[in-house]
Ligand binder design. Structure first.
Ligand code: SF4
Length: 64
């Protein structure tokens, strides 16, 4: 399993990027500021902290 970000919901808080213990996310520059991207899904340890901290419920775990 690894996270997928719904960019219709993402507001660029970078909470997932900040909390991930194994650095799955990168912070990408966009016009409006920054947003997290799932850069290393293979490193995910399925702790689901990113799912829990997302303020807009934009992250779901999906099958590899
Ligand atoms: S589930 Fe845990 S390890 Fe996987 S991306 Fe989210 S915070 Fe990182």
């Amino acid at each position: 399993m690894h996270p997928r970000i719904d960019y219709n919901k993402c507001v660029g808080s970078l909470e997932c990027y900040d909390i991930c213990p194994v650095d799955v996310f990168d912070a990408e520059e966009i016009e409006e500021g920054k947003r997290a991207v799932v850069a290393r899904p293979e490193d995910c340890v399925e702790c689901e902290l990113c799912v829990q901290v997302c303020p807009t419920d934009a992250i779901k775990m999906i099958e590899d």
